[in-house]
Design a protein around this ligand. Structure first.
Ligand code: FAD
Length: 426
């Protein structure tokens, strides 16, 4: 990475949390010559063994942050196996009876992005390799944040250590402590709501998936819709593995203390009893998967306060029904990284203005993703060809994703930097 000390900005940013959002922001800041330190609670940068898909908006943002991210992504990205499905994001199908096609949703970009998925753990490894070791601090769980008389921020960690920075960005996920400090809530859980759905997640070797489902259904992304649930499958790890997420409605509150309930035995089979053959075949291949409750955030009134900001799930945790949460974190990192790179004053006094421009540009769009993602979850719980409005659902699915994917990221950047320059002139 070409980060010349001579051009470094005279202030330091502390990032709390080294998930995809935090690492993307750290890479963005280094690319903009902004000194940065990352404080991560876990002993290393790590992600779970599951899939994740990115739309054209997210992939364009990677390129604009630093072509090295796009390159890292390309190294791990997996597309649909069938040539004719190159531009396909998901084939939506009936989950009951025959798996008839309801809608083939495709990206319309020049690159035919279609399904572009990664194995989360593999991708985070690639991203982490783009950061120098000395800026990453592990076992640092943030427990306190204070503004000192000097204006600098003091971060306090669970291990009784502290650190200092000119500003802090909370990338600490759905149960963000930084969000709690920023919005002054009693607990990180205060503005989280159970979305009325939980999910079983699993990985199946492609050899077994192919045997059970055939080459086409296993090697290309499918979403099976049915009453009270939907099941998503797509290839990851260069087609060696099939990723499965089986979503189920629950109209009562989530009562377990933990959001992940382990060893649910055959509960998942009972949840999808009576569904069609492909779904039954998929479930046969899952081995007692865990149940994950899906929560999302109430809209935050702001993403910044003084020298503190939030990004990614810390700002706008969403249900996964549009496959867009991590993509929004990457868009956030692009805009915030560029704005902080544009801060021109000798000290750090311009940072709050950069944070305000970030908030103004990013909050409406990322919160719309949260709202529309919930609505998508309702559409997916489809009553079947006899009880459901197939034509209406088809029409909705075909237009649902376009506004997310076709966002003009260059113009978002221009809007943000114009706003920052405007603030300077006031
Ligand atoms: P996280 O990944 O949660 O990272 C937060 C980091 O902060 C962690 O490393 C954590 O250890 C650390 N941390 C937490 N608290 C502290 C603390 N106090 N101090 C220090 N460190 C701390 N999005 C997509 O774009 N495409 C998809 O296909 C997709 N599929 C999904 C499927 C499911 C089932 C779910 C639940 C989500 C899906 N998402 C998807 C959403 C995506 O997973 C998230 O939006 C994304 O991972 C958020 O990244 P983040 O870096 O903001 O937060």
């Amino acid at each position: 990475m070409s980060t010349e000390n001579s051009t470094q900005k005279p202030f330091t940013i502390a990032i709390v949390g080294g998930g995809i959002g935090g690492i993307a922001l750290a890479i963005a800041l280094r690319h903009q010559h902004v000194p940065v330190q990352v404080y991560e609670a876990a002993p290393e940068f790590a992600e779970i063994g599951a899939g994740m898909a990115f739309g054209p908006n997210a992939i364009r943002s990677m390129e604009l942050i630093d072509p090295a991210i796009r390159k890292a992504f390309n190294t791990r990205a997996t597309k649909n196996g069938a040539k004719e499905d190159e531009a396909t994001w998901i084939n939506f199908r009936c989950g009951l009876g025959e798996p008839d096609l309801i809608a083939k949703v495709q990206t319309t970009d020049h690159d035919k992005t279609g399904l572009s998925s990664v194995h989360r753990a593999h991708f985070i490894d690639e991203l982490a390799d783009l950061l120098p070791e000395e800026i990453a601090h592990f076992g640092k769980r943030l427990v306190g944040l204070a503004t000192l008389d000097s204006g600098k921020m003091q971060l306090a960690f669970e291990d009784d250590t502290t650190a200092h920075a000119d500003a802090v960005v909370g990338c600490d996920g759905v149960r963000s402590r930084v969000r709690q400090f920023l919005l002054d809530t009693k607990s990180p859980l205060e503005d989280l709501t159970f979305s009325g759905k939980y999910a079983y997640r699993g990985l199946i070797s492609m050899g077994m998936a192919k045997e059970a489902l055939g080459e086409y259904l296993s090697g290309n992304s499918q979403m099976y819709l049915g009453p009270e649930g939907h099941i998503l499958t797509y290839p990851i790890a260069h087609g060696k593995v099939m990723n499965v997420i089986a979503f189920k409605n629950q109209d009562t509150p989530w009562e377990h203390e933990s959001w992940v309930v382990k060893n649910q035995g055959d509960a998942f089979k009972r949840d999808f009893e009576g569904w069609g053959k492909p779904v039954q075949s998929i479930l046969q291949l899952l081995d007692s998967p865990d149940q994950w409750a899906l929560f999302d955030h109430q809209p935050a009134r702001t993403y910044c306060q003084g020298r503190v900001a939030i990004l990614g799930d810390a700002a706008h945790a969403s249900t996964p029904h549009q496959g867009a949460g991590a993509g929004q974190a990457i868009e956030d990192a692009l805009i915030l990284g560029r704005l902080l790179g544009d801060v021109q004053t000798q000290g750090a006094s311009d940072i709050p203005a950069a944070f305000r421009a970030y908030d103004a540009v990013r909050r409406p769009r990322s919160q719309k993703v949260v709202t529309t993602s919930r609505a998508a979850g309702l559409t997916y719980a489809f009553q079947g060809p006899d009880g459901g409005d197939v034509a209406g659902i088809q029409e909705e699915l075909l237009q649902r994703f376009q506004w997310i994917w076709e966002e003009d990221m260059e113009s978002q950047l221009a809007q943000a930097t114009t706003m920052l320059r405007g603030e300077r002139q006031v």
